[in-house]
Design a protein around this ligand. Structure first.
Ligand code: ATP
Ligand code: ZN
Length: 226
């Protein structure tokens, strides 16, 4: 595994909403990278650090399994992975290092505008389309609601119109996507931002020293932005 070599391996989203700011933050901490190509692994030019560029959904598992040392991930994906792994008996430990000031969004339940929805209990017996079945079922259980889920990894917002579900549970930031699909946001079930996490097992002294150097820099960069 990447964790057996001497270079600190950090997983970042390859391309998406967390990519740019994750890289920008590392660069602001003085770590130089050349990301000119579509390589999976990018070596820092001035530090013994490698970037592994993958889909955001893979990052929590890679960190929990100790395949990489650190990862930049959205708390929504982190918590979904954790719940799924706990439910299936797979190690779900990680170390939370820092909350980060980007990637803010919320996971919300939305229903078609014309729906007579009053409150959560109206979802009893209904079907909800989502990419986050564990976060959703966890919430419904806490609220004492019994609803089924339709798991979709994309196009969740079209599910009601397509007759696949009565409601959706999806990420929202401005609400424009919901609006465009004739949906109305009803309940926020989880609020999220990006987080820097570390694998559960101890790092080698050399890698730990790198992390100890990185964190105060990261705090400095985040403070300066406030
Ligand atoms: P991938 O191909 O890596 O799987 P994706 O399509 O699943 O990408 P993105 O849409 O890039 O993922 O979102 C990545 C993460 O960014 C989300 O899981 C969430 O934590 C965060 N996010 C989602 N929506 C927003 C938003 N509007 N603004 C900022 N961050 C967001
Ligand atoms: Zn994803």
């Amino acid at each position: 595994a990447a964790t057996q070599n001497q270079r600190l391996t950090i997983a970042v989203q390859k391309s998406g909403r967390l990519s740019e700011q994750s890289i920008k933050l590392l660069k602001a901490c003085g770590i130089k990278f050349n990301l000119h190509e579509a390589r999976l692994l990018a070596h820092s030019q001035n530090q013994p650090i490698d970037l592994l560029r993958v889909r955001d959904d893979d990052i929590p598992g890679l960190v929990m399994d100790g395949v990489v040392d650190l990862g930049f991930v959205g708390e929504n994906v982190l918590e979904e992975t954790r719940l799924e792994r706990v439910a299936t008996g797979i190690n779900a430990d990680y170390k939370a290092l820092r909350p980060l000031e980007f990637g803010q969004c919320r996971l919300s339940i939305a229903v078609p505008k014309e729906d007579s929805y009053q409150c959560l209990t109206d979802l009893n017996g209904k079907r909800i389309a989502t990419t986050y079945p564990y976060l959703l079922q966890n919430y419904l259980k806490q609220q004492g609601i019994q609803a089924s889920t339709a798991v979709l990894t994309g196009s969740v917002e079209v599910a009601p119109r397509a007759g696949l579900a009565d409601a959706i549970c999806d990420l929202v930031s401005t609400g424009a996507t919901l609006e465009a699909n004739g949906l109305q946001e009803k309940d926020v079930i989880f609020t999220s931002q990006a987080q820097l996490i570390q694998r559960p097992e101890a790092l080698s002294p050399a890698k730990q020293a790198l992390v100890d150097q990185l964190l105060p820099r990261l705090d400095g960069v985040q403070l300066a932005k406030e």
